[in-house]
Design a protein around this ligand. Sequence first.
Ligand code: ZN
Length: 332
Amino acid sequence: MERRDFLKIFSIGTVAAMSGQIAHRTVGKPGSAPLAGGYLEDVNTSTQELASSIEYMSTPAPRAADFLRAFTGEIMPEDTPILATTASPNRELYLDKYLAKMADYENAHLEDVYLEHERYPVLISTFKRLDRVQNLVGHGNFNVVSFDEMLKYGSRYSSVGEFTQIEINFLEELFFANARHYGFLGDKVITEISAPVPERDRKKVDRTGHFLYRGKSEALYSQLQKDLGRSIVLTSGIRSVVKQSHLFLAKTIQSKGNLSQASRSLAPPGHSYHGIGDFDVGKVGFGRKNFTEAFATTDEFKRLVDLGYVDIRYPRANMFGVRYEPWHIKVV
Ligand SMILES: [Zn+2]
């Protein structure tokens, strides 16, 4: 697939471009109220909030100032390692702001980067079409749908409908965008948008609706179950580019177009280690609290730590632009 120019789509302003008056205003609406259960891991769990966010985003264009994109290139130079040891006058300032923002990851912040308002319709139509693919193939199978398979489902099934060129371009732009522009600092782990999850390489895990890669991931999970017993369960395994895109679009809608806010709690497409072997576990019966910090208070989590399973991908105060995720098991 052709690589597209991120800037055409996610245009970015600078703080310097903001007038004094505007600079004191909050950019965009304050973040949406946290979901009842905390974190949105799967869009299936937040239909109601998504519906109201979609409604909000479908209303007439808000004042331009509400959607000023203010990326502080000055404070966080694009290609500068954030924790570079060389002294920088901006480093401390950046760190303070960064940590404050991550502690309050669920809300909008001044420097946050928003999707252009003109892009809301395609954001919503793409999300809804992906939703229809998910309904067609089922939640479990949707985890491993590749980009090409997604397109085929669109053209073959009228219940989904063909992906429009604008929707395809949008998904490509999102995938090829430099996520650093909106504040996500983790690695890109999948570089091919059409990367498949071959059947021979994956295994569906009974009673979970999720898949694991054969080999290391599968072995680690079965060892973990042997050690911890049946009170621990896989809550999210392999996530294809398509699955991650669907989750990220849902999160972007939930964040009212705020890409930075979305990426503070969910890795953008191509950046999730779920694409290459990591997985999430939870306590049986703990529901959506498994995706909140409450998981770190459970006996299951303590045992995971004691047994040495927990090498946290996104620890507290990490520098990847992602909040703390105690439930995520690092495999890769
Ligand atoms: Zn995870």
